[in-house]
Design a protein around this ligand. Structure first.
Ligand SMILES: Cc1cc2nc3c(=O)[nH]c(=O)nc-3n(C[C@H](O)[C@H](O)[C@H](O)COP(=O)(O)OP(=O)(O)OC[C@H]3O[C@@H](n4cnc5c(N)ncnc54)[C@H](O)[C@@H]3O)c2cc1C
Length: 498
């Protein structure tokens, strides 16, 4: 390499994995360069306008991928400083202890992790501190052991949600507070909107930019370069060392060399970089790079009661795990239930284009919106591959029967709770929002590209620290687990590589 730009550590991507890893490594004093293809999200009126976000899609990327049948689609995958967490629902929930062990599901068994829950537990606590998670212990029947309580109390239920909670409790369920990373006063001060899927222009969400990156950039040895799109990794002639990365910035091709290279571009884009960087794909002795793509089975479940008014603004404060470890009748696990961010008329209109908005506003004013989430099991045939200059995402959904059973069980309880009309709508394939598993960790290099510390088995100075590493998707939102592992990996790098 003939370029002069150098760093001790180059991190590709400033999302949940990359920003949190940078926060963990910053105190070492190492010279860290974060290359981020996106720019900082501007604070415009559109950031709080549901019509702009959901109907006009103004924040969506101008990008097309193809699915397994060769059909083009525009993926909901975002490129800004802070990555997809800028849009996230800020649910920061731990995997359950059982999720780290092999589990028998309706349509197959999960493999288990190369380490158990207790190994990650201290890092979960640190991640919760970094992302200022609000929550309460002792109410969720599936809650894993916490060595530290939450530092902040839960986001309060709005009155309509407190009433919904009481109805669900009377129907025999155990709703508990959702662990959330949001400063609710600051968020509502900017505008009275929900935060789930609304972009955060630094107005109250605890995300990869406002927490992970802010903590990293407080150190003078950390630099963020935006508008820097990495195109490939540069391999040394020995085929083992990664010398650096090639990227494009302002139309110019550039390179930077580094002692350590960390990919954190997300579970689809990190795969693209590995596959574009050598004929067989970097870190791909196992042939597993791009395989085991997972993305949760998700449905919105809308409970309508014409006699009750839902005048909540944000709604999203409860979770129900009664069917997480089993179906409640001794059968296989079904998944997690949580409230969606408030679904207003303009948001419904994005899906139901022919229905007038006033009618949708009425429905919204008399309904509570739930999200049913079931585990997607890892399958080698569920894949991200290259498609010329583009990406092919052939997601093979699994465990769908468990998801249908979860939706049926939830509907049954909602009717028992007195909601006469309950509708459901499955999320479609164009929303890879919980993408993971494509460059997984494993106890040996024959079946997994990464070791349990996210180091490539084939390349000692390459790490992949984003949702790609997850060997299972569990049935909870992924970000806190990505952040906890990023802090664990940062500690490992600080001890062994610097
Ligand atoms: C609407 C929505 C709601 C969600 N709600 C939740 C929730 O409530 N809780 C939860 O836990 N999770 C939620 N998620 C998922 C969560 O946002 C992701 O799991 C998480 O952000 C993934 O982190 P990551 O580090 O893998 O990737 P990302 O956060 O996506 O970061 C990848 C980064 O890499 C950058 N990048 C990509 N390619 C390149 C390149 N070639 N060169 C340089 N930079 C590059 C991207 O711009 C991006 O900044 C939600 C997601 C969406 C879209």
């Amino acid at each position: 390499m003939n370029d002069k730009q150098t760093a001790d550590i180059v991190i590709v991507g400033s999302g949940m994995g990359g920003a949190t890893l940078a926060a963990g490594l910053a105190p070492t004093g190492a010279n860290i360069l974060i290359l981020e293809r996106g720019e900082q999200l501007n604070d415009t009126p559109e950031t709080r306008d549901p019509r702009a976000i959901f109907q006009r899609g103004v924040f969506r990327p101008k990008e097309t991928w193809t699915d397994g049948a060769g059909q083009p689609f525009n993926p909901g995958n975002y490129y800004y400083v802070g990555g997809n967490s800028k849009f996230y629902g800020a649910v920061l929930m731990r995997y359950r202890a059982e999720d780290f062990r092999p589990v028998q599901h309706a349509e197959g068994a999960t493999p288990g992790w190369p380490f158990d829950y207790d190994e990650l537990e201290p890092w979960y606590s640190r991640a919760e501190a970094l992302y200022r998670v609000r929550g309460a212990l002792g109410e969720d029947p599936t809650e894993p052991r916490h060595s530290r309580p939450y530092a902040f109390p839960p986001v309060p239920d709005e009155p309509a949600i407190a009433a919904a909670r009481a109805r669900m409790t009377r129907a025999g369920l155990h709703p508990s507070p959702l662990p959330l990373g949001v400063d609710i006063e600051a968020w509502l001060k900017r505008a009275k909107t929900p935060w789930d899927a609304f972009p955060d222009a630094r107005t109250g969400k605890m995300d990869a930019e406002t927490c992970g990156l802010a903590s990293a950039l407080a150190h003078p040895n950390v630099t963020l370069q935006t508008g820097a799109r990495v195109e490939r990794l540069i391999l040394a002639p020995d085929g083992k060392r990664i010398e650096g990365v090639a990227y494009r910035s302002g139309g110019e091709a550039r390179t930077v060399s580094a002692k350590l290279v960390v990919l954190a571009a997300g579970a689809v884009k990190s795969v693209e970089l590995l596959l574009r960087s050598s004929d067989r794909g970097v870190a791909n002795r196992s042939g597993m790079v791009g395989r085991h793509f997972m993305n949760h089975n998700l449905s919105a479940v809308i409970a309508i009661d014409p006699r009750a008014v839902n005048d909540s603004v944000y709604q999203k404060t409860l979770t129900i795990n009664d069917f997480y470890l089993s179906d409640g009748r001794g059968g296989a696990p079904l998944g997690n239930i949580q409230l969606l961010g408030r679904v207003s008329g303009p948001i419904l209109k994005a899906e139901l284009k022919s229905v007038p908005e006033f009618a949708l506003n009425w429905v919204s004013g008399h309904s509570i919106d739930w999200l049913a989430m079931s585990e997607d099991l890892p399958s080698a045939e569920s894949r991200v591959t290259l498609d010329g200059a583009g990406i092919r995402l052939d997601w093979k959904r699994s465990n769908w029967s468990a998801h249908l059973a979860l939706v049926a069980r939830l509907k049954e309880r909602l009717r028992a709770a007195g909601y006469p009309v309950v509708l459901s709508h499955a999320f479609d394939r164009r929303t890879p929002s919980h993408q993971c598993g494509t460059v997984r960790i494993g106890a040996e290099g024959a079946s997994a590209p990464l070791d349990p510390f996210c180091r490539a088995w084939d390349h000692p100075n390459l790490f992949v620290v984003d949702a790609s590493f997850l060997p299972t998707s569990a049935a909870v939102n992924p970000s806190l687990t990505i952040a906890a592992q990023a802090l664990r990996v940062a500690d490992h790098i600080a001890r062994n590589d610097l």
